[in-house]
Design a protein around this ligand. Structure first.
Ligand code: ATP
Ligand code: MG
Length: 215
């Protein structure tokens, strides 16, 4: 048996992937929340997990450092998906990509075709595509976190960010004004690995697929 490596991020993706791994008969030896290890073994001698930053998962899989991975569509769109098969929408880590502004900001008037808007976001590609389809000129301000702060301190007119319950927006006096798209996580597979390790990878894809149907 050749070695198989699966790239995951800590937190919600790891937690929500555990039942899918279990359906494929894969049980991690440790929890990355409590362990400081970046490489985690499993009940299968030949299968290991590597724990990386959510936005780095596609990169590890693209270059074959991991054979499989699980990444949010937000991350996959920004990455571009080069070298990746995306065989399954796992229906986990669900949220929405939204445009939000400070309560009281007149978005309708500020985001018409031909207008110019400043937008702070961790997702420049998604934001640029969304506003270009509307004919709105945007100045994108790239941030790495806490986008909610930007409109409050005058860094930007709007933000493009992931929203699940909306409580962070509410706590910061922001309102969602536009829904860009629904987000969930996908299984991703290195294209070369899928061919070379088909006998090992295909049963995992099948087990994940039937676990999703049952949930
Ligand atoms: P980091 O926290 O390391 O900056 P991140 O925010 O991208 O990175 P996570 O918070 O673990 O990492 O999110 C992983 C994925 O889960 C995201 O790429 C997205 O698809 C999804 N996600 C993000 N926020 C939420 C949320 N509030 N509810 C549900 N899913 C979310
Ligand atoms: Mg996060």
């Amino acid at each position: 048996m050749t070695d198989l490596t699966i790239a995951l991020s800590k937190g919600r993706i790891f937690e929500e992937t555990l039942p899918l791994l279990a359906a494929a008969g894969i049980i991690p030896n440790e929890n990355p929340e409590s362990s400081r290890k970046l490489i985690i073994g499993t009940n299968h001698e030949h299968i290991k997990l590597v724990i990386v930053r959510a936005s780095d998962v596609p990169t590890y899989v693209q270059y074959g450092a991991a054979d499989l991975g699980i990444a949010g569509k937000d991350v996959l769109i920004e990455h571009g998906g080069h070298g990746l098969y995306q065989p399954l929408d796992l229906n986990i880590a669900k949220c929405k990509m939204m445009v939000a502004v400070k309560n009281g900001f007149n978005y309708e008037q500020s985001a018409h075709a031909g207008a110019r808007l400043s937008v702070a976001t961790k997702y420049p590609k998604i934001a640029r595509e969304h506003f270009s389809a509307k004919g709105v000129h945007v100045d994108i301000i790239k941030l790495y976190g806490s986008m909610e702060l930007a409109p409050l301190v005058g860094l930007s007119d709007a933000i493009v960010d992931l929203v699940s319950t909306g409580s962070t927006l509410k706590a910061n006096n922001l309102v969602a004004v536009e829904h860009i798209q629904d987000i969930a996580s996908n299984l991703i597979v290195n294209k070369a690995a899928l061919k070379l390790k088909y006998n090992q990878i295909e049963p995992i894809i099948d087990a994940f697929a039937s676990a999703i149907k049952e949930s």
